[in-house]
Design a protein around this ligand. Structure first.
Ligand code: 5RP
Length: 229
């Protein structure tokens, strides 16, 4: 089975967690795109009544295109569920996110949600986080100083993220650096805490103690992994 088909299976299966009346966080990326397409179809064809809160401008545009009613996070009293992709998840359901540069809004939305459902294919499941370079959002004001401080703190190479040969700018007007730690992040809570101590760091792509369920697609089909299983 090709990876795109697995992404679609996971993305569509996760829609089972969405019911009429819910406020739903809409994640960012090529897997959750299938969730958004399917939720849009259900809104149009099955009278599903939801309000979506997008985690990026790209997701906002897609959700509007497929007809999902949207609101700003600040207009709502909180969200029932967020469905989002991930770059890696470990056995404790700690995540690395931010491959699509949307980590700040994704984390704010996840923290505002009663539960978090992650959609993934088998490539994302790891024993120890860090083979995927850790995305960190930094303020443009001091990005080189902050990059050097992160290199010192983590003891690894840190690269500025580029887009079309220029520094990538996030939806929030910041930059992203990617820390090449290798699969060494055995204590992601401590790593997150230490990085957030650096004033130039806006947010870290470690999502600790947020994910409740992983909808995992593999060649054997879709499995639902629940935290603590
Ligand atoms: C965006 C993200 C994405 O959810 C993550 O990169 C996974 O994306 P994909 O489903 O395309 O592999 O964190 O910031």
């Amino acid at each position: 089975m090709d990876v795109e088909a697995l992404k679609e299976e996971a993305g569509v299966a996760a829609c089972a967690y969405v019911k009429s009346g819910m406020n739903v966080g809409l994640g960012t990326g090529s897997t959750v795109k299938y969730t958004i397409l399917e939720l849009g179809r259900r809104v149009r064809e099955e009278r599903l009544e939801i309000v979506g809160v997008p985690t990026s401008l790209a997701t906002r545009d897609l959700a509007m295109e497929v007809g999902i009613p949207l609101a700003d996070l600040d207009e709502l009293e909180g969200l029932d569920v967020v469905i989002d992709g991930t770059d890696e998840f470990d056995p404790q359901f700690q995540l690395i996110k931010g491959g699509g540069a949307a980590l700040l809004r994704e984390k704010v939305v996840a923290q505002s949600s009663a539960s978090m459902v992650v959609v993934a294919d088998g490539r994302k499941q790891v024993d120890t986080l860090g083979a995927f370079p850790l995305p960190i959002e930094v303020t443009p004001f001091s990005y080189n100083t902050t990059k050097r401080a992160i290199e010192k703190l983590l003891g690894c190479k840190v690269a500025m993220r580029l887009s079309n040969e220029a520094l990538l700018t996030t939806d929030n007007g910041n930059y992203i650096v990617d820390a090449h730690t290798g699969p060494t992040l055995t204590n992601p809570e401590e790593t997150e805490r230490r990085l957030l101590n650096l004033a130039g760091v806006v947010q870290v792509g470690l999502f600790n103690n947020m994910c409740d369920v992983v909808v995992l697609a593999s060649s054997e089909g879709v499995s639902i992994l629940e935290k603590g299983d």
